[in-house]
Design a protein around this ligand. Structure first.
Ligand SMILES: C[S@@+](CC[C@H](N)C(=O)[O-])C[C@H]1O[C@@H](n2cnc3c(N)ncnc32)[C@H](O)[C@@H]1O
Length: 170
């Protein structure tokens, strides 16, 4: 019988998956211009990774509040604080159709809360994205012009979502 996975095992699978998906997304957006969005700055683990993967790109970071250690974020970080429902509209006004890569790391233990959050913000996220851009997300998101891609083989055993944005209607 397979031994039940511990919380540590599951965290390792999650982190392996995030790293593999961000790497794949960075490869896919190589020909495109545009900034990166980190939705859910948290402790800045994946933000820091994205900055190292894509040092030439601006990374826009969103969170309800700042809980990242200041040493782990850029001095001139482009930070959008507040609930995503309020912080995304001004970002759309500035960056509509320009974002090349969006990483949405927004999940909680409350799946229904997460479902309602995605319902409220997914059109705003789509409005940020340029055609050909890539969305990496920890929750399922559906838009007519987003096509789901398989996760890279190096991803761990963890549910994650990779989408490529097409030219179609937002
Ligand atoms: C899973 S953590 C992000 C972890 C981060 N990417 C990292 O690698 O350290 C999710 C983050 O999303 C933020 N968040 C969740 N729902 C939000 C909302 N509705 N508005 C703003 N921030 C939210 C939380 O405050 C939390 O910091």
């Amino acid at each position: 019988m397979r031994q039940a996975e511990s919380l540590l095992d599951r965290m390792i699978e999650r982190l392996l998956t995030q790293r593999a998906c961000l790497q794949e997304a960075a490869r896919l957006i190589a020909p495109l211009p545009g900034p990166v969005v980190e939705l859910g700055l948290g402790k800045a683990r994946t933000y820091d990774h994205l900055r190292r993967l894509l040092p030439q790109r601006q990374v826009l970071a969103f969170d309800r509040e700042m809980h990242a250690p200041p040493a782990h974020v850029a001095d001139d970080i482009a930070l959008y604080l507040g609930d995503f429902r309020e912080s995304l509209p001004p970002a759309v006004a500035r960056w509509r159709g320009e974002v090349a890569l969006l990483h949405a790391d927004i999940g909680s233990y409350d799946r229904e809360r997460d479902r309602l959050l995605v319902r409220d913000i997914v059109a705003l996220l789509d409005a940020l994205m340029r055609a050909g851009g890539v969305v990496v997300a920890d929750r399922e998101m559906r838009r007519p012009r987003w096509r789901r891609l398989p996760l890279p083989p190096s991803a761990g055993d963890w549910r994650y979502y990779l989408y490529q944005v097409g030219d179609g209607a937002k």
